[in-house]
Design a protein around this ligand. Structure first.
Ligand SMILES: [Zn+2]
Length: 302
């Protein structure tokens, strides 16, 4: 995209991060200068910091290595798309590992002082009045990871090169916080710390046109739906003596739904049905098939 308007640019040095107001329709490009540097990232709703990017929901919808064509989602009960990944030239991202921390480097590696993503995120966010407790697990850009056959996660060397970049399009106004990952004693950034370049562009109509449509549902709740709307200030937890349970959807109502299949549909069901899994339970088979059909079509992204 050569016709994007460049709004700002800066170099992010090792040991640092930057909180950036990224407004809806703006693009944050995070670009390798030397190559091989992991960048941790999180973002908040600029108008309500309690809504933030949630690696768990993002991982559920897009897998362990989200990239081009995927969204970054906020945590329940908001569950909205905050960022759309327009470009990802290195194809090397991770939402499995948590951010690295001072305690990790001290307890595992013996370093009393070591640059780390949690402390950098905390310091960058302090510019907007947030505390170290407001740091959340990061979307790890340019981090090569996987899971072995025994379920154990691993970190591999990465192969990003100078100029490799990821373009993050703001779907909502966000406070975006990238930082240079401090992990130079593991494979995360190939055992050294390097600067990266940040650039902010105004998205073109062409950029906006590729974003898949998003559906707004009542279950994407806002503070207006909360029974407790105020943000708690005191640190101590004290029981509300007037509390009586009022769980959503309780009492739970379960009802049967009659599904009529024509002969062709019934033949298809029998064909798709896994008899060793469902036996003669056509209802269970149908539910599984319908779920797979739904998931393929309605979970956003390629
Ligand atoms: Zn890190």
């Amino acid at each position: 995209m050569t016709d994007r308007e460049l709004l700002a640019s800066r170099v992010l040095e090792p040991g640092t991060g930057k909180a950036i107001e990224l407004l809806r329709g703006q693009i944050l490009r995070i670009e390798q200068i030397e190559g091989g540097q992991c960048v941790d990232f999180n973002c908040f709703n600029l108008h309500d910091y309690k809504e933030y990017m949630h690696t768990g929901r993002t991982r559920t919808l897009h897998g362990l290595h989200p990239g081009k064509g995927h969204f970054m989602w906020s945590a329940p009960p908001r569950e909205r798309a905050l960022i759309y990944i327009l470009e990802d030239t290195a194809h090397c991202n991770d939402v499995l590992f948590p951010r690295c921390s001072a305690h990790l480097y001290e307890s595992v590696y013996g370093f009393e002082a070591h640059t780390n993503c949690h402390d950098i995120q905390a310091e960058a966010q302090r510019e907007y009045g947030l505390t170290p407790d407001d740091v959340h697990d990061s979307f790890n850009l340019f981090m090569h990871t996987g899971v072995d056959g025994g379920g154990k996660p691993w970190i591999g060397r990465q192969h990003s090169r100078p100029g490799d970049h990821i373009d993050l399009l703001a779907i909502e106004d966000v406070l975006a916080v990238p930082n240079v990952c401090g992990a130079d004693i593991m494979r995360t950034s190939n055992f050294s710390l390097k600067p990266v370049r940040l650039s902010i562009f105004k998205a073109t109509e062409e950029d906006l046109a590729v974003v898949p449509p998003l559906t707004k549902l009542p279950s994407q709740r806002t503070p207006a739906d909360f029974r407790v709307k105020a943000i708690k200030v005191e640190r101590e937890l004290r029981r509300d003596a007037s509390y009586t349970p009022s769980f959503t959807n309780v009492p739970i109502k379960i009802s049967d739904l009659v599904v009529t299949l024509d002969d062709a549909e019934n033949a298809l069901l029998q064909q798709c049905k896994l008899r060793d899994l469902y036996g003669d339970d056509d209802g269970a088979a149908l539910r599984d098939i319908v779920f797979s059909w739904w998931a393929e079509r309605f979970i956003p992204g390629p």
